[in-house]
Ligand binder design. Structure first.
Ligand code: GDP
Ligand code: MG
Length: 199
């Protein structure tokens, strides 16, 4: 199989790192080799030992956002990963405010396929969506939407957020799969693996 590139997007604190560590481990368990690129500075750090244990290799792209000023280092990081061990899957954790279209354009000619997974924080959706247009973009660009932190969200919050996300999709005549998960409990990996490994 050629290199598949998975963009994990979502606002700062939505649970991207928490999710992608579980996702990467599950892929590794299926003998899929994984390289991870991180362009975010959240609460959960990507810990080298965890990654090594599962044959994953992580590179941090610091000093700027990969969607704009450090596009070149994104390309270089992909090349380095491919040279080092040619992973089946490269997962990029975007910075919470990244625009995705410039990333797709940058990466397109270096990978075989791009899939985007967007995390949405159920507990904080309202305050974020109204303030940041980029969240709408992340939802529209997604191939799979994971509504995260269902373990701490109320029924009301889940219903409300789902409705708002659906509205954005409907407006754009999109029918993207939406799943409520708790990344902390390791959920969402199965749907993501299906998305990435489907032919
Ligand atoms: N309750 C709960 N907290 C979560 C969940 N997923 C992530 N978090 C917490 O949310 C915070 C931000 O998570 P992180 O993965 O760093 O988000 P990122 O900034 O998008 O990478 C951390 O304190 C996580 O432990 C979840 O499913 N439930
Ligand atoms: Mg993070």
């Amino acid at each position: 199989m050629g290199t598949k590139f998975v963009v994990v997007s979502g606002f700062l604190g939505s649970g991207k790192t928490t999710f992608l560590l579980n996702f990467g481990k599950e892929l590794a368990n299926k003998d899929v080799s994984v390289g991870i690129l991180v362009n975010d500075f959240g609460e959960v750090t990507v810990d080298g030992e965890t990654l090594e244990e599962y044959d994953m290799d992580a590179t941090e792209i610091a000093q700027g956002c990969v969607c704009c000023e450090v596009r070149q280092s994104l390309v270089l990081s992909i090349r380095d990963l491919r040279k080092a061990f040619d992973p089946d899957v490269i997962i990029l954790e975007t910075s919470g405010v990244a625009s995705l279209v410039p990333i797709f354009r940058t990466v397109d000619k270096y990978v075989d396929e791009i899939k985007t997974i967007t995390l949405v924080d159920l507990a904080r959706y309202d305050e974020i969506i109204d303030a940041f247009e980029v969240v709408g973009n992340q939802i529209r660009a997604a191939d799979l939407i994971l509504l995260n932190k269902k373990d701490i969200a109320s029924e009301e919050q889940i219903k409300h957020t789902k409705k708002k996300v659906k509205k954005i999709l409907d407006r754009n005549k999109m029918n993207t799969e939406i799943k409520e998960i708790s990344a902390r409990n390791g959920e969402g990996t199965e749907e993501s693996i299906n998305l990435v490994l489907e032919e």
